[in-house]
Design a protein around this ligand. Sequence first.
Ligand SMILES: [Zn+2]
Length: 369
Amino acid sequence: MKKDFYEILGVSKSASEAEIKKAYRKKAIEFHPDKNPDNPAAEEQFKLAAEAYEVLSDPQKKAKYDQYGHQAFDGAGGYGGGHGGMNMDDIFSQFGDIFGGGFGGFGGGGGGPRRAKGSNMRIKVKLTLEEIANGVEKKVKVKRKVQAPGVSYKTCSTCNGQGQVMRVTNTILGRMQSASTCPSCGGSGQILDKKPNNADAQGMILEDETVSIKIPAGVVDGMQLKVSGKGNDAPGNSIPGDLIVAIEELEHEFLKREGENLHYDLYISFAEAVLGISKDIEAVNGKVRIKLEEGIQSGKILRLKGKGIPSINGYGSGDLLVHVNVWTPKTLTKEQKQFFENALNDDNFTPHPEKSDKSFFEKVKDMFS
Ligand SMILES: [Zn+2]
C-alpha cells in the first residue's frame, strides 16, 4: 500500500500552496543525498517527497489525486505501483523553483567566475531650493578604495579561476556534483600576487577623488541618486561599486516647498493695501514683479503659474503662491490715532465682503483642487 502524499510531506489536506512548498523544502533538505551519503532509506524518503510534491504542487494533478488517490496515476506514465515515476534529474530540475536556483544542481557547473563588485559608498548632498529648481552639478570629494599601484593578482589555484568549487558525492544513484563559492578567493577567481607596502591585505589603498554629480531639477529631500562606478573598487578583475547620493534640501529663508508648488508670505503695509503697489519677489529663478491692486484684501493668494519647482519627470513646473498679509501698525502718532478713531464711524472702513472675496477656507480648497 502506497503512503499518502499528504502524510509524506506532513501537511493536512487543506494545506495551502505555500505550506506544501515549505513542507517539501524541509523534507528535501532533510533527506538530500549530499547530507545522507550511502543511506538508502533517506534516498527513498527524498524520492517520495519529490513525487508527492510533483503531484500536490500541480492544481490539476492535486485535484485528481484528491478524488481518486494513487489510482489516478495508474497506467501510462503514472505514479502508481512502486515509485518509478521520477528520476534524480527530474527531482533536481524542480529545485530551481523551490530553492530559487543556486542550490546544488545536478551535474551543473556553468557560470564561471563572476566578476566581483566593490561596495557602494553613500554621501549626502545639501541643496538650496534654487539649486533644486534649476538643477546643479556638484563636485564632491570622496575617499574611494582602489587597487594600489603595482598590485597584481593571479588566478586562484583552488578553483582554477572559476570562482566555484565542485563537490562530488557518490550516491547509490551515481555521482552527484554540487557547486559552492571558492573558499580561497571568495568567488572572484583571483588572489593577491604582489602586494605593495602601503596596500591592505587585499591590495587596496584609499584614494581621494573628486566626483562630479549632475543633479536634475526637481529632486526631493531624501531622494537617492546613483553614480555608477564611483563606489569602492574590489580586488582582481572586478567592477567598482556605486556612489549613492542622498539629497538633503536646505530650508529656504522665505519660500516653503509643497511638492512642486512654493509658498511665499508677503507682508504689505496698511497704506500699500489701500493704495495698491508693485512688489518684487525673490523666486527660485530670480526676481518676479507682482502688482497688487488698490484695496487688496489681507489673505488674498496670488498664483504665479510655472514659478515653482520643475517636475522631476520633466512635465512642467509647479506654481508660486503669494499669500498677501496686511501688516497692522502697533504704534501710532496722535494724529494717526485721531484719523483711525474717525474711521471707526466711516462706512468706507466697514467690511463689506463680496462674493469675490472668498473666505480663507474656500481659497485653501481652491489651491489644492
Ligand atoms: Zn578560488
